[in-house]
Design a protein around this ligand. Sequence first.
Ligand SMILES: Cc1cc2nc3c(=O)[nH]c(=O)nc-3n(C[C@H](O)[C@H](O)[C@H](O)COP(=O)(O)OP(=O)(O)OC[C@H]3O[C@@H](n4cnc5c(N)ncnc54)[C@H](O)[C@@H]3O)c2cc1C
Length: 455
Amino acid sequence: MNKRIVIVGAGVAGVNAATKLVDNGYPGELITVIDMGKDPYQRKPEEVMTGFLGAGGWSDGKLTYHTAIGGQLSKYCGEEKAMELMDQVITNFKRFHPKPEEVQCSNPVEEPEFIKPYFGLRLFPVWHVGTDYLSEIAKNWYDYLVSKGVKFLWEHKVSSIDFNKNNVIIPDPQYDGLSNLYLSYDELIFGVGKSGIDFAQELANKYELPDEPKSVQIGVRFEAPQEHFQKLIDISYDFKLYRKFDNEGVSLRSFCTNNNAAYVAVEETYGDHSYNGHAKKDEAYRNNMTNFGILMEINGIEDPFTWSREVVNKLQMNVSQYEGGLLVGNTMRTGLYYSPNYTRQPSSTSEGTNVSSYQISIDTLTHVVEPAMEGYFKYIMDFIMDMKKVFPTLGDDWGMYIPEVKYLSPEVKVDYSNLSLVDYPNVHFVGDALSARGITVSGAQAIYVAESFLK
Ligand SMILES: Cc1cc2nc3c(=O)[nH]c(=O)nc-3n(C[C@H](O)[C@H](O)[C@H](O)COP(=O)(O)OP(=O)(O)OC[C@H]3O[C@@H](n4cnc5c(N)ncnc54)[C@H](O)[C@@H]3O)c2cc1C
């Protein structure tokens, strides 16, 4: 237990790895966590992707507990171990929760008749923490790690890593990045999440890291009054309706459902806007809305990453920024909002500002969105039309934010026993930077790596 461990990314993965280590007596002084965001006391709600607990810190805090949800885990360590690791992540979230008894579990056991024959429903337990409590959890968790001696470097963006010399290179913010800090490591945990996807790609290119093929994951964020979906929400809080078109290489699912105090969130990646959502627990925020992604998984596209980026880029429009009726700032590009009901407008964020989007007509939907999605948009529209049959009160009382996208970073090939790179055995990729797509799997992968250090 005397190796210097550097963790790049204080997201869900990095934080769970550090916790596993110090919980088991690893000296905190030997662990340094670097993040380009802020500690949980300084981090602002609009900093959705960066800082302590990363994207998980202002997420909806739905802790899913099934190996078919949230990315790859069981393929590395087997089903039983995967469930045990996810359990450890959920326990950590409860442990630092100011009111752990409020973490509710939804656990549907059977598909309800009324969704058949249009949809299937994935059955799995999910604990719901809520965005507002996440911030409290983050503070308690951070204090614990600091008390154990773990060092954190905040607002430091790692610009490069030398896998041969075991150095992490960080432009020093004290000197406006004109000189570099070098931090050496014996073991490196690389957990930069989606906000670090470019960086992960750069390293993959630089070191020619072999990777595994990926699918495209793209769609929309759907939003409607919750009452239309209540019958299903009572059975499953985070319902996952799904359907498959095997011959066409396409499957669809509803994804990340938020209820009660549900807000749509804008994600900015590569300068483009896409959408996601989260829900608060505090009754003061109740808006009785539901939002969820309708995501298509499309197989067989040659370069899924480039294809998705190009599609997202075509789904942006210029808008002028107004404040109090006055034009302020330059025009900016943002995503789209469509509702068949013209009185329905883009909603507000939990901070009371408008969800950035450009409202489009059916014409634009037909002439811009459909061609941009190269024929795949019809699957989304069919999904919505069938939801109207299953939820008869829905009618035209809905809107959608376009696009929602999951840029799956290329999944680098790793040693399954400790998630280390095939050619660099002391560099371990974890979380969304590897093959995760959610909180429990990201945290579980990182705990798995930490356990390999403790052996
Ligand atoms: C709005 C929203 C809602 C979500 N809701 C849910 C949900 O309810 N349930 C669920 O399971 N998942 C949810 N997710 C996804 C979940 O948050 C992620 O899967 C999870 O956080 C990934 O963990 P990670 O540690 O891999 O990356 P992250 O948590 O994203 O952390 C990565 C960290 O790395 C840092 N970083 C990146 N690049 C650098 C660099 N070059 N130098 C230094 N630091 C860097 C970032 O600042 C960040 O803090 C949501 C995501 C969003 C955006």
